[in-house]
Design a protein around this ligand. Structure first.
Ligand code: PFF
Length: 450
């Protein structure tokens, strides 16, 4: 059982800290670049508004009513003849799978922060060679920075809800926003800004294919931290007086805003010097540092700020990926927090080392399955399969399994959601969200084609 409670602002920042992560600053911009800009952004925004936001409310509701780890919350809220729903609570373990590669990427960011001090690359080739060298050859450096990420994240989670998670979010989230909005203010003075605006907000429909649609659904879950019990676990410590609807709205809004700002900043810089947007995952690690070199010393300063923001975003999300399983081990196995953190950290650290090796030139073959590096398998499985599956289970549970009266009473009476809004939300959670998710999963499995 949870005893500690967040403060109101602490909860908002912690949930936003979970949502705003590498997904916003690293992944969203490169996906937008790859899938042609405006049309992808529009689909993403529509899915966030009609599916993501509803599922966010549903996840918070399960947490706030269950007040426990994910497994126990599902068990408590399921009707007596449907206690097997507690199995859905194992979605909390998705976080650990995500952490296996998420902490490797945080490690890369740490590495960049350190190596940027020596100057920026002067050409894309040089930047690409440096990145390829890091990923392909610098196994030990990667393991070192991955370990550093695991230790920092582990320490914060070990300090618990109030002294660790709330406290760090109260510091890092405002700092992150300050940096990003500062960079945006500068980006707005560049000619590239106009181009960035039109790239991101003028839909080019011909670029939108079914893959882009499926990736937009998957990413909307990833970016909002949905479908794996992170928001649910935090909501178990929701302060009594906090409104779920309002909080969910603020968190969704902040997450979306920051993704858009990050995109605008990166594309303004890129377009300013005529670089192409569709660079894939290397966008932030290869193209951005090269482009920033054009700004001289100021460029190093921008790059440091940017990677610092990225590190902050990564850390505040990472702690929310680890906390659900830690809470589960504490509740169900009566482990101490210290033991639970050490145990879980060791497991994902180890698999993370496998993910690092899977990209390396020397070990890549051994750590690949069917020609696919372990890193990619872990990322694809979580982003495209497990999170949407978790989202589907949450929508079905709240929409069909939980007692209707309990859902309504909590959201409408206790949280003062207005009746029309409640009807729209309920419709979305029963029909729109499950259909969109099912559609996406069937499409992924090749059962249906868009
Ligand atoms: N939302 C985070 C991001 O955008 O990087 C990633 C994430 C955190 C996914 C927590 C899922 C989660 F439960």
């Amino acid at each position: 059982m949870k005893v500690q409670r967040f403060s109101k602002i602490g909860f908002i920042l912690a949930a936003a800290g979970s949502a705003v992560g590498l997904g916003n600053i690293w992944k969203f911009p490169y996906m937008t670049g790859e899938y042609g800009g405006g049309a992808f952004v529009l689909v993403y925004l529509i899915i966030i508004a009609f599916v993501g936001f509803s599922v966010m409310i549903a996840e918070m509701l399960i947490g706030a009513l269950g007040r426990s780890d994910t497994v126990t919350s599902f068990e408590k809220l399921a009707p007596p003849n449907k206690k097997y729903w507690k199995l859905a609570g194992f979605m909390g373990f998705n976080g650990i799978i995500i952490m296996t590669f998420y902490s490797v990427v945080i490690g890369w960011i740490f590495y960049y922060l350190y190596s940027l001090l020596r100057g920026l690359p002067t050409s894309t080739d040089q930047a690409k060679a440096a990145f390829d060298n890091l990923v392909g050859n610098e196994v030990l450096a990667q393991i070192f920075f991955h370990t550093l990420a695991v230790v920092i994240v582990g320490y914060i989670v070990y300090r618990g809800i109030k002294g660790g998670i709330e406290r760090i979010n109260l510091i890092l989230m405002p700092a992150l926003m300050l940096i990003l909005f500062g960079l945006l203010a500068y980006a707005m003075t560049l000619d590239g800004f106009k181009e960035a605006l039109s790239f991101m907000f003028e839909p080019k429909w011909e670029k939108l294919n079914s893959e882009a649609f499926v990736r937009a659904v998957g990413h909307s879950f990833f970016t909002l931290s949905l479908g794996m019990g992170a928001i649910m676990t935090y909501a178990a410590s929701l302060p009594k007086e906090a409104s779920i609807t309002k909080t969910a709205f603020i968190v969704t809004f902040m997450d979306t805003l920051i993704a858009l700002v990050a995109g605008l900043v990166i594309f303004s810089f890129l377009f300013q010097f005529g670089a192409k947007p569709g660079q894939g995952p290397g966008l932030v690690f290869i193209s951005l540092p090269t482009i920033l070199n054009n700004f001289g010393t100021l460029g190093i300063f921008f790059a440091l700020l940017f990677f610092l923001a990225l590190a902050f975003a990564g850390i505040t999300s990472a702690i929310s990926l680890v906390e659900p399983v830690v809470q589960y081990l504490i509740d169900r196995f009566h482990m101490t927090r210290t033991k639970a953190v050490i145990f879980i950290s060791f497991i994902y650290w180890l698999v993370g080392v496998g993910a690092i090796l899977s990209y390396s030139n020397a070990w890549g073959k051994i750590f690949s399955i069917g020609g696919k590096p372990l890193f990619d398998i872990l990322e694809y499985t979580t982003d495209s399969i497990l999170l949407p599956l978790g989202g589907l289970l949450i929508a079905i549970f709240v929409g069909y399994v939980m007692q209707k009266s309990q859902v309504k009473a909590h959201l409408q009476t206790f949280n003062e959601m207005n009746p029309t809004m409640y009807r729209i939300w309920y419709f979305s959670i029963r029909y729109i969200a499950p259909l969109a998710l099912l559609f996406m999963m069937l499409n992924l499995l090749g059962v249906i084609e868009l």
